[in-house]
Design a protein around this ligand. Structure first.
Ligand code: UDP
Ligand code: MG
Length: 322
């Protein structure tokens, strides 16, 4: 979408099976946005929901033309749904928001104030996370610390996609062709003038999170492989270190054999070394596979997402590819 000079704010919301949250979300959202007294639009992306989400969104669109709907052809995942939403925005400031009311829309006011002060990105950092198990908090903390120590760009801790982005930033992100879209990494990668505001993150309003631990693990792998080559590089150094150890041990064995003759063969130590090195080799192969698989996904060059239909965008069109 081309930027609209009269439009100040675009809110982008990905929806996946969020039927039970729609009414409450829009009520609060309209209330918060009307208070801002700016021209705004709400871009809703239906990410292949299997419940009544699309009907709910169309109902909102028919009662208020500021609500626009991008209906994807299937479930593409949150990152790609958000990408689709960003592509259809035309406001001067853009705010991605979760549909489950975990990102309080009232904070947009504070973000807009910072934006008017001249910041390009205003991200919202979670002071606390309600409704999340200790295991999720622990794994999240672990992820951020690993990412912080091996990633190419510092990614703000405890920060989701909820943030305000200036048009320039969104235009840059739209030009990025990669399909492994670890959004918070991309948002950090672009740089620009960034600042943060802090908030307490409530639990989901209703419904269940669609992120189980397996999905989170793969999301973490996406983040690490997209923003660090260290997992690939570390093996050459480790291999070098092991070769030195092996050389020293070999020298020791040769000297011992020369001085004291052949000893009883050490079956146990041999097994340990073989299994250890075998395990390491499988692991390195696995890590190469993680990168290779992603390279394969990239070179296929398929569109990032497919749009089935659009509601509220002029001129109306259907079956768009990105
Ligand atoms: N979402 C999506 N596609 C998916 C999964 C999630 O568009 O495949 C949306 C979901 O509707 C919500 C947001 O992404 O608006 C965050 O999802 P969720 O609340 O499940 O994640 P969490 O808050 O647990 O990280
Ligand atoms: Mg959520």
């Amino acid at each position: 979408m081309l930027p609209d000079p009269n439009l100040e704010l675009s809110v982008v919301i990905p929806f996946y099976n969020e039927g039970s949250n729609i009414d409450c979300l829009f009520e609060r959202l309209f209330c918060a946005l009307d208070r801002l007294e700016v021209n705004y639009e709400i871009i809703c992306v239906n990410d292949g929901s299997k419940d009544n989400t699309l009907d709910g969104l169309l109902q909102q669109h028919h009662s208020n033309r500021l609500v626009k709907v991008v209906n994807l052809s299937r479930n593409f995942g949150k990152e790609l749904a958000l990408t689709a939403g960003l592509d259809y925005t035309s406001g001067a400031a853009i705010v991605p928001l979760d549909a489950d009311l975990q990102d309080p829309p009232e904070l947009i006011q504070e973000m807009m104030e910072k934006w008017r002060e001249g910041y390009d990105v205003v991200y919202a950092t979670r002071r606390s996370r309600q409704g999340e198990s200790w295991l999720k908090r622990l794994t999240a903390a672990l992820f951020y610390s690993v990412m912080g120590s091996i990633g190419d760009v510092p990614i703000p801790h405890n920060t989701g996609d909820f943030r305000l982005l200036d048009r320039h930033v969104v235009d840059v992100i739209k030009q990025m062709p990669e399909r492994t879209r670890f959004m918070k990494g991309l948002f950090a990668w672009v740089g620009f003038k960034q600042t943060c505001i802090v908030y307490d993150r409530p639990g989901r309003h209703s419904g269940l999170t669609s992120w189980n631990y397996w999905r989170l693990w793969n999301f973490a792998l996406d983040g690490i492989t997209s923003f660090s080559l260290l997992p690939l590089k570390v093996w050459s150094y480790l291999g070098f270190l092991l070769s030195i150890v092996a050389f020293i041990y070999a020298t020791f064995l040769i000297i011992r054999t020369l001085l004291f003759g052949i000893d009883v063969p050490g079956y146990a130590s041999l097994m340990v070394v073989i299994l250890f090195l075998g395990g390491m080799q499988f692991m390195t192969l696995g890590i190469i596979g993680e990168y290779l698989g992603r390279i394969f996904e990239e070179v296929k060059g398929r569109p990032l997402y497919l749009v089935r239909d659009l509601h509220g965008f002029e001129p109306p069109s259907s079956l768009h590819a990105s």
